[in-house]
Design a protein around this ligand. Sequence first.
Ligand code: TXA
Ligand code: MG
Length: 350
Amino acid sequence: METIRWTVDINVEKSEGYPQISEAADYLRHGHVVAFPTETVYGLGADATSDTAVQGIFDAKGRPSDNPLIVHISNPESLDELVSSISNDATQLIQTFWPGPLTIIFNKKNGVFSDLVTAGLDTIGIRMPSHPVALELITRSGKPLAAPSANTSGKPSPTSAAHVARDLTGRIKGIVDGGETGVGLESTVIDCTVTPPMILRPGGVSAEEIEACIGQVLVDPSLKKEQSVPRSPGMKYTHYAPTAPLYLIKGEAEWIQQTINRFKGEGKKVGLLASEELAAQLTADIVEVCGRRKDPATIARGLYHAIRSFNDTDADIILAEAFDEKGIGAAIMNRLEKAAGHKWIKESSS
Ligand code: TXA
Ligand code: MG
């Protein structure tokens, strides 16, 4: 299959009457699979009401069929046709965080979505993204769009059209290239079918921001433990992993340098994934800087690109800096823990 590339600068596109987005939307309306930018990561979209369209997503990604997809809408009013009820907490969250990186789990209305979207569950995850290209595309397609992250299953989510192209060229109808994404990590998933609501996946909206809006929420306890089964089906799969084994590392810079040197002494090419601040204090064979520690949003934005970059190197082992879990840090550490398969190297005193 030839994969079409639509390069979209939203201001030019708007002044010309949205020619490229309209063409991509036509393909979506006709059941094809098209990747598009959101403010979090690129999504792989298809008509959420069509079995054949949604099957195309699973085929292109190699995604396990028991992992449900998030549905993207461009107008909160369309929710009434999609879900059976909207709790007060959900209403508050929608008013505060939509459009934006928050996916809310509702009880679904029967007979609307392809069963493939929900993987047989009675619930459905929905969000309204804030990226102008995504909003225009959804509106023009006239459909709720199922869209997981547009990566091959198991790889880090794509934060640029180049990442999508690398994983999915020849496997999907097209890619709408709207430049690099802003947040860089996926949306927060919160289940509002339970009281109090429960965060199933940390993401672009922090637990602190959610609690400031609706009061105390729960966090799926299995997110902290390697063994237990998470409530969000997707959280049980290995994710975001580069080809070389990745370890989280925690300790003083001097001790981290000794650890790097020890691996080098064993003949290994050592990769370091770190903030600007830590990277400036260390030497390793390959260094990928993901952002600035004093500005965690930059770490979130650069993390997946940095992880992907190691696949173009001959690193034998990757050591990744551990970050503070406050705010967006919870999502950063959740993704790093998964990329590391929960493997840590810690200085004994820290
Ligand atoms: O930022 C994002 O959310 C991106 C962009 C493209 O919107 N999408 C994304 O989708 O990350 P995906 O499919 O890679 O992740 C969806 C997550 C999975 O962990 C899945 O298990 C969970 O949401 N999920 C979806 N529906 C659910 C449901 N009904 N109950 C529990 N978890 C659900
Ligand atoms: Mg994903």
